[in-house]
Design a protein around this ligand. Structure first.
Ligand SMILES: [Zn+2]
Length: 391
């Protein structure tokens, strides 16, 4: 049993502590971002605009492996997330209590977000999720081509995230997965020293080297699909400061050239916190905040996305509380305490109420059923429920 698996046994459920965290988070936002309570049914005329399900698009961003409120939404942390506070939250519905009852490892938790089931696969193995992913439901039910669902993932260990091993779904029905680091390694024939800062892969298991024989993006598609020459890609990569910057660069190219209707981008820079350097963790939060804003602006500026795209931003889980002797504050997420399990979700786009905060408990597994209700597919094996405030 991994140390993550034990977390499942010590977490009793969304309890008083989780609710208290959500209330505090709500108060932080109400006092600074000027947002209303969820009961106030405010819709702008723009937000009312209906988009037919067949034209809808969704972009899901996982927020960097999670950060504490002290460095994000609490008064002393808000300077690290200026784009979230001033641009995104006032235009979004914000959920302050998203409870994750699953295993707190990044791959397995992201797989749980993508399947709507608390997956129990080994976090550190190259395995597909066991339950069907949102990409499979979407493509099978709505008969969409493989070009319409994509994942951009930071870690080579995410190469199986797009498609489950479920016998009724799986093979050929999943998302196409781009691993920008794999692409960069291929483009630079093993990665020159100029690119090492972009190739750092996993902050928790440096010895883990996944097998990349799966269906990951192939280098020749760089030019054919993304319309990027290998030289342009290498030159541009040199100007980027982190793996997440590289992911966003590729995601934007994908939006421009392929325009998938379901695009899933995982961020990971914040997880540098495991190395114990607080300044790097803060830098990661600030960068993630900026990149989320850049993607939101890209959505407004791309004709294929503008006016018909719902953006979801949520962490896979949080980080340990300082009070827990078994944890290490900002550094890790290994205790399974309420703080590491009580996260948040921001949703913006047509038909979504703006500047509204909800603090009732929802779960990480509710994302997939919510996407199902928006797009009109049936995630029949998901454990979660659609978030009705978004429908
Ligand atoms: Zn981590």
């Amino acid at each position: 049993m991994t140390r993550w698996a034990k977390n499942r046994d010590v977490f009793p459920g969304a309890g008083a502590e989780s609710y208290k965290l959500a209330r505090t988070r709500r108060d932080f936002l109400r006092s600074s971002a000027g947002v209303a309570l969820g009961s106030a049914l405010i819709r702008s005329p723009w937000a009312r605009a209906a988009v037919s399900p067949s034209k809808r698009k969704a972009v899901v961003i996982t927020f960097g492996g999670g950060a504490r409120d002290q460095e994000t939404f609490a008064p002393e942390g808000q300077e690290n997330v200026p784009h979230m506070m001033r641009e995104l939250i006032p235009q979004a519905s914000f959920f302050t209590q998203v409870v994750n009852r699953g295993i707190l490892g990044h791959y397995v938790a992201t797989a749980s977000l993508a399947t709507g089931v608390y997956e129990t696969i080994n976090n550190f193995a190259s395995l597909p999720p066991e339950s069907p992913t949102v990409f499979e439901y979407y493509r099978k039910d709505l008969k969409r081509p493989s070009s319409d669902a994509w994942v951009v993932a930071p870690s080579n260990g995410f190469n199986r995230i797009g498609e489950s091993s479920h016998r009724s779904y799986g093979a050929g029905l999943g998302a196409r997965v781009i691993l920008p680091k794999h692409l960069l390694t291929a483009a630079t024939s093993g990665g020159g020293s100029d690119y090492q800062h972009l190739l750092r892969d996993n902050y928790e298991t440096p010895d883990y080297a996944p097998d990349l024989a799966g269906s990951e993006f192939e280098l020749q598609q760089l030019e054919g699909l993304l319309k990027l020459s290998v030289d342009d890609f290498k030159r541009h990569a040199q100007t980027l400061s982190s793996p997440d910057e590289l992911s966003v660069y590729i995601a934007r190219q994908l939006m421009r050239q392929v325009a998938p209707s379901l695009l899933w981008i995982t961020m990971h820079d914040i997880d540098v916190a495991h190395a114990g350097a607080y300044s790097l963790y803060i830098e990661g939060i600030r960068r993630t905040d900026r990149l989320c804003s850049e993607l939101w602006k890209a959505i407004q500026n791309e004709p294929e996305y503008a006016g018909k795209t719902t953006l979801f931003i949520l962490p896979d889980f949080g980080r340990d509380s300082d009070e827990n002797a078994g944890g290490n504050g900002f550094q890790h997420h290994r205790t399974g305490d309420a703080l590491s399990r009580t996260t948040w979700m921001l949703v913006a786009g047509p038909g979504i109420r703006e500047g509204v905060v909800y603090d009732r408990a929802i779960e990480s597994t509710d994302l997939v059923p919510t996407l199902g209700a928006m797009f009109g597919f049936s995630p029949s094996l998901s454990q979660g429920k659609p978030v009705t405030e978004l429908l």
